[in-house]
Write a protein of this length. Sequence first.
Length: 565
Amino acid sequence: MNAPWLNKLSDFNPQLFRELKGNLKPRNVALAVAFSLIGQLILLVALTSELPHRHSTRHYYCLKDSTGLCLKDAFDHVVINWQLWWLDVFVGLSAIGIFALSAIGVYLLVSDLAKEERRTTLNFIRLSPRSTQTILLGKMMGVPILLYIVALLALPLHLWSGIAASIPVGKILIFDGVLVASCMFFYSAAQLFALATAAFVGFQAWLASGFMLMFLGITFIKLHQHNGFVDDNCLDWLNLFNPWVAMPYVIQPVADRLEAVEDYFRYSDIASWQWFGLPLGTSTIAVVSLVLINYALWNYWIWHGLSRRFPNPSATILSKRQSYGLVACFQVAILGFASVENARTYHFIENFVTFLFLNLLLFLGLIAILSPTRQALHDWARYRFSFATGQTQTSKSDRTATWQDWIWGEKSPAPLAIAVNLIIAAALIVPWTLLYNTDGEDKIAAIASVVLYITLISIYSLIAQSMLLMRSSKRSLWAASAVGLAIVLPIILFLVLSVSPERFPFAWMFSILPLVGIEYANAPTVLMAFLSHLVIIAGLSLYLKRQLAIAGRSASKDFLARQSS
């Protein structure tokens, strides 16, 4: 470990040097090499066992005549379609590489950060004069180093099988580039997940890798579904996160010559894949460019969160100002895949519900991301909220500054910022709704649903923020449980009690599926539900205001007591 290049590496990135020094033990490297070589051998043996034998008349891997029977040479041996066989090797190795690099890499990174947090060594790393980017990039490159060795040893077979299958080298490298970009995204997200869930030490790594496997599995199924992977709805956006989306374009030259490749992908509707009307499916460059831009965009927001959370574990992952940009980017990204000209696969209402579901996940995440800690709220209540609500005489400018602090402040409660984000989302979805080629009644119902959706999410954010002011050490768990019950319990009760939307549309407008009730309700009923939501918001806001006032007074008393002593 005294080699000159190691000393230079230690000066360039001490964290990377630390990880390499800990992981590159001779025994570990030998196991990685053996695992890679044995794995490749097993794949080759498994596919070799599928080759046709001498007496085969019909087989997947043989060249066929016009009747579909296997051709034979002068020695009565079956003529094997080696191009197709090598294509299977290439595709199988690529699929294994995606799952291994993504799931195992995520597990290793989350497990490493959780271990550092448990041993309290992460606090010492935070004291390093190096930047957050340098430290975390060192971990990204160093922690999965053995996995990288496994992948590099498989690269020659990967390239050889692709070339033997007549795939252009340039397209093989394009796929490899997309895979590298996906790993950078997944590994960055894994580190943010580990830092954001430090309280759940023990099963973070399994949870993260399990979610990774589930996501890849679902998107693989979507990309191989019987009618092609283009659905003309917001879920098409998820295709961009799976590097497998580039594979149809990589093997397209082979697909033109080998009819059997249709077993891998359905090409019938790839050409119709669009984003805001821009044709993606007709161009490899367009698809790959959008995939890389998508990874770069969300990496940008993830690294904003890492830069805030790593040096200060009590900070929110994003500031309120940053969240507004994040929400706008999210809406534009997913709306681009929801066709406004035709609903070839999905009806407008189904497409709309899909959009609301993705936004529900986004806003639940934002509630967790933007909600400050209890101590931060107490500090804010003492210095800002109590001052502006009557403990001292205030001017109009003071009250304006307080409202601005609710929208932009780092330590202020999150509900008003969540409401602003909801308005940003609505400002983009309403024009999309009006432009969609569907009936006017559907558009009115959708817009009414957006309004109720805004008030419902606002209610959830107020519930969560109020619960986070509890004295309990498990207040985060209580807040998550309360919001979860508010979402799930109404629907469960309606189903158990047979509260149908046809007979009780008003009740369904208090669930997370208000559109179900709106379809059977008249205008006065919808208006009454909206006013009821506003009453609930007003009541929860007054309760939160009283909690903050109490917190500000008690915090001030504690502060003055400490000062006097």
